[in-house]
Write a protein of this length. Structure first.
Length: 487
């Protein structure tokens, strides 16, 4: 039987801090938050499934130690009751807290608690490179390293390392979630009282959320009430492998077709233009036992200048570069996309809370206007997709959630950029600014533009896709770019 045997606090010292620490860059002392790191130790089952997607135990009680980040209000009385549990993204073989990066201003002003857990053994080497002494106990060891693994799994985009067993993750996550909702003495949130727990992930991590909703936590299972809602960012309908011998699965269990997501608990997926070509979600659902919303944001790409470069700052960018990871914009035919679409994620969180706690369904959002094409279009990771976005008179995508960045554009926005060698990156978009003369024809002067942006922002707030609390920062960013571009 899987269980957590130890949940140990790992202190910060002058020489030792958590990887992906946020306390300094997010001004925790100023805003009344604290950041702690724990090592979760225990045993986990590795699971398998049959053709009917019924689970069985493949390997029982494999030992592990993994890391957990917790960011919380220092004053217990400021706690909102909401706990966001993020499956940290491992696409770059490091722990990436992207959902935190996108929405930390919302979480912290709301009094939410954030918890992040590593998702794959692929991050172990980078953690031990970052701080060999601090992370020496981390252990994702494969209990059956000599197992025969199909070549298609070894070549999978999900990645394969024989020394680590990715199937350990399911019980790591489930047991952590149960601990956080318990009154167990090991629970690091025990003093905060009753919580509502929301599972989230970005990009590759959404694959885990999808399997959790479809299999482990589906209606009628023993874990059906483990989470109070789900929010996916930048992902599709694919399911993560259950173990090291599986490859990615589109997952049609329970008769669900590819592209269909939903749960008996509220579920919102927020996607950029990059992700839409991969996701192609079937649509929204409002059934009592099957709830889902898809929000597609126009003028966006999987990565942005804010969430891939600006958030990290010079110090962290240098640290990543020393580890062989360079967060930068490599496009040669435009400026890095920076439409501050992260504010829409904040509205999605607020909508999810209302849907879960108060039964108020999240707003339905318009979808991108698209057409199918025989021509393969480059997408994320060089994969070819056959969905083309239709564009407006400015060359920007039609449909979707339209923020002032696309309603009152100062550039032509693309969800891809091109490198010097001709490679098309479908994950980090570009902006080709309009000329100063054209901007003056469109908007007159900067004061008039600012007025128009505020009016449009008010309209979008009324639709539920932006929050009043984000107005100042959103308008500041948009207007600053208009000034830089000559208005």
């Amino acid at each position: 039987m899987s269980q957590i045997t130890e949940f140990n606090f790992i202190p910060v010292t002058a020489k030792s801090v958590p990887f992906a620490a946020a306390a300094e860059k997010c001004r925790f002392r100023e805003i009344g938050y604290v950041e702690d790191e724990y090592f979760q130790t225990g045993t986990a089952n590795v699971y398998d499934e049959n053709e009917s997607h019924e689970l069985s135990i493949k390997i029982a009680d494999a030992p592990y130690t993994t890391r957990v980040l917790i960011r919380r209000p220092a004053d217990v009385s400021m706690f909102s009751g909401n706990v966001i549990l993020e499956i940290l993204n491992s696409s770059a073989n490091i722990d990436i807290d992207r959902m935190w990066v996108d929405s930390w201003p919302f979480f912290t002003r709301n009094g939410d608690i954030y918890v992040g857990i590593s998702s794959k053994g692929h991050v172990v080497d980078s953690l031990k490179t970052f701080d060999p002494e601090r992370y020496a106990p981390i252990n994702w060891a494969n209990p059956n390293p000599d197992e025969n693994v199909p070549q298609e799994v070894r070549d999978s985009l999900f990645g394969y390392l024989p020394q680590y067993e990715l199937g350990l993750f399911w019980d790591m996550l489930i047991d952590l979630s149960a601990l956080l909702k318990s009154d167990c003495e090991m629970n690091p949130l025990r003093e905060y009282g009753k919580i509502r727990l929301y599972l989230t992930g970005w990009s590759q991590s959404t694959f885990y959320v999808n399997r959790m909703t479809r299999q482990f936590c589906k209606k009628g299972s023993r874990l059906e009430n483990l989470y109070d809602g789900y929010l996916n960012g930048g992902g599709g309908s694919t399911m993560a492998p259950l173990n090291n011998t599986q490859t990615l699965s589109l997952g049609d269990n329970s008769g669900l077709i590819s592209g269909v997501l939903g749960s008996h608990k509220p579920f919102i997926a927020v996607n950029t233009e990059s992700d839409n070509r991969m996701a192609n979600f079937y649509g929204d659902f409002d059934e009592p036992d099957f709830k889902f919303r898809v929000w597609e944001i126009a003028g966006t790409s999987h990565d942005s200048n804010y969430n891939l470069v600006e958030y990290y700052g010079e110090k962290d960018l240098k640290m990543l570069e020393d580890m062989g990871i360079r967060n930068a914009y490599y496009g040669v035919d435009g400026e890095p996309l920076d439409t501050y679409y992260e504010a829409v994620f904040n509205a999605a969180w607020k909508a999810l809370y209302a849907w879960s706690a108060d039964g108020v369904p999240a707003p339905h959002a318009p979808r991108f206007e698209t057409e199918r094409t025989e021509e393969g279009i480059l997408g994320i990771g060089g994969m070819k997709f056959h969905i083309r976005h239709l564009t407006d008179a400015f060359g920007n995508t039609r449909g979707g959630i339209r923020t002032p960045a696309v309603n009152l554009p100062t550039s032509r926005i693309s969800c891809f950029c091109t490198y010097k060698d001709g490679f098309v990156n479908g994950a980090f978009g570009k902006e080709n600014p309009f000329s100063a003369g054209f901007l003056k024809e469109l908007y007159g002067d900067i004061d008039h533009y600012t007025k128009l942006v505020n009016e449009d922002y008010t309209s979008i707030v009324s639709q539920g896709f932006l929050l009043e609390e984000d107005r100042e920062e959103y308008v500041r960013r948009l207007v600053s770019y208009a000034k830089i571009r000559g208005l």
